[in-house]
Write a protein that binds this ligand. Sequence first.
Ligand SMILES: O=c1[nH]c(=O)n([C@H]2C[C@H](O)[C@@H](COP(=O)(O)O)O2)cc1CO
Length: 141
Amino acid sequence: MNIYFSCSITGGRNDQPVYATIVRALLEDGHHVPTAILASPQVMDMEMVVDPREVYRRDVNWVRACDALIAEVSTPSHGVGYEIALALMLEKPVLACFRAGAAVSKMILGNDHPRFSMGMYKDSEEAVILIRDFLRGLDCE
Ligand SMILES: O=c1[nH]c(=O)n([C@H]2C[C@H](O)[C@@H](COP(=O)(O)O)O2)cc1CO
């Protein structure tokens, strides 16, 4: 599947290790992840050279083209919230996952869009399990 992985950049990078585990698992499973670079510890340096309009155009096109969007929402991020809303407007299936204990916006927690799912995890292994379960569910649609 073509999976848009969405995670905080400007919002903060404390959860970067879990982003890396998620993206590694998605790639190992054979998925195409255009945003794989977002899981890198060096993403700020790499994206710094890209013009904001180019980032916006590129990411919107990637969301349009994806089969599903997986967002890690433990760290609040304008960009992640925007991408979730865009994907749902386009009727894409979306999973928002977060670490147990993270403070998540009620605009995420309260979202009852039929294509929206949420998942809470204890550690990165559990995050990968819930993401694989979500994707398996889509295969059965
Ligand atoms: O340099 C960037 N490249 C980029 O692709 N994004 C997109 C992808 C991420 O899922 C999301 C992160 O948004 P934010 O920077 O507001 O935390 O926005 C965001 C930035 C920085 O705002």
